[in-house]
Design a protein around this ligand. Structure first.
Ligand code: ZN
Ligand code: MN
Length: 137
């Protein structure tokens, strides 16, 4: 049994995890705060932020290594790929098998012990494409 006090699942932490697992929008801490407030009106942004960091350290949520200005979080901790919109920063899941071979290839080239890899595809989301088309015409 793990007695690490960090593992203690507080009510707040439980709600944050539940809400994050409900969405596929990869919310920022601010967006998470807006969602959590509906269930826990007294919660503070700092508490949400701190708990997201703890959950990510525990490997229970994923903190996305994406190039946006704000960190985004993901309730799906399975290795999967993402696509980011260059216009609005929205991040979507890409449903394709992850490339295990690339980790072996990388391992052959480095003394680092490769644990995982992340891939971020860059593009323009349908809404921003639509908006761009409207501007042009
Ligand atoms: Zn967009
Ligand atoms: Mn994802």
């Amino acid at each position: 049994m793990d007695t690490n006090p960090k593992i203690r699942m507080t009510k707040q932490r439980q709600v944050i995890l539940e809400e994050l697992c409900k969405v596929t929008s990869h919310p920022t801490a601010d967006e998470m705060y807006q969602m959590i407030r509906k269930r826990l009106p007294k919660v503070s942004l700092g508490t949400v932020y701190r708990n997201l960091e703890i959950l990510s350290e525990l490997g229970m949520v994923l903190k996305l290594d994406v190039g946006g200005t704000q960190k985004r979080f993901d309730g799906n901790v399975e290795n999967h790929y993402h696509v980011r919109c260059t216009e609005c920063g929205r991040v979507g899941d890409l449903h394709m098998p992850t490339d295990k071979e690339i980790e072996q290839k990388a391992q052959a080239l480095t003394d680092f012990q490769i644990k995982r890899h992340s891939v971020e595809f860059i593009g323009v989301c349908p809404e921003c494409r639509e908006a761009g088309n409207r501007r042009v015409s």
